[in-house]
Write a protein that binds this ligand. Sequence first.
Ligand code: URA
Length: 235
Amino acid sequence: MTEGRVKVNGQVVRELGSKVDPKEDVVTIDDKEFTLNDAPTYLMLYKPAGYLSTMRDPHNRKTVAELVSISQHPGLFPVGRLDADTTGLLLFTTDGDLAQRLLHPSFEKEKSYFARVKGTPTQEELAALKKGVALEDGMTAPAKVRLVKTPSSEKESAWLAAVGPAKGGDSIVELVIHEGKKHQVKRMLEAVGHPVLALFRPTFGPLELTNIEEGKWRYLSSEEIDTLREEVKRQ
Ligand code: URA
C-alpha cells in the first residue's frame, strides 16, 4: 500500500486504512482493476432512443454499454431488450441466475408500455388487443390495455410525456404484457391498424422507472432488489 501501487480513481493512495466505496470507486493495483465486492450488481438505465440493447455491436453502432459503467462492473448485461428506438426502463445485472429466471418464457414478468399510435383504437380494437391478436409467430396472450386520455398521477404524466403529446389524431395506449416476442408491442398495435410512433417502457416486473433522467442509470435500492428476488422465488 505504502509503495504507491494502489490507486483509487486514478489517484495513488498510501495511507493504510483509506476508505473506498466498493460500488463507486475504481481501485487498481499496479494499474489492474481490482474488484472489491463480489456481490452482484443491479442497476436500471433510462434508455434513450438510438442505442442497441446489447453490450457490443459488430457494426460499431451505439449500444447501451456506452451508457452504463461496465468498467466498474465486469460482467454487467441487460436483462432482455428494448428496440433501438424504444425508450424506458432497462434492467442490468451481473446476476445470471436472476436474469435467467426473470426472462424464463414460462414466467415472464409483466412489463408495461406507453405507445403513441397513429389514430385512435376503437373499443373493438382495444378488446382484440386484450384478448390476444394473431401475429405470424402465434397468438399473443391476454394483455391489459387502456386508452390513456388524462394522466392519473404525476408519475404517469412524466411517463406520457416520454412518448410525446398525442396530437393530430394520434393517441396513447398503455399495454401491459408478460411475454417477450420480438417487437411485440409494435406488432400488436400494427395488427389492429394503429402503427406505433413512439414507445416507452416505464416498468419491468415490480420495478418502476423513477428518480432517474433519460440516458442515466442508478443502482437499485435494497428494497427493489428484495422485491425482484421475491418475484423469482415464487416461480
Ligand atoms: N415491444 C416492441 O415492439 N418493442 C420494444 O422495444 C419492446 C416491446
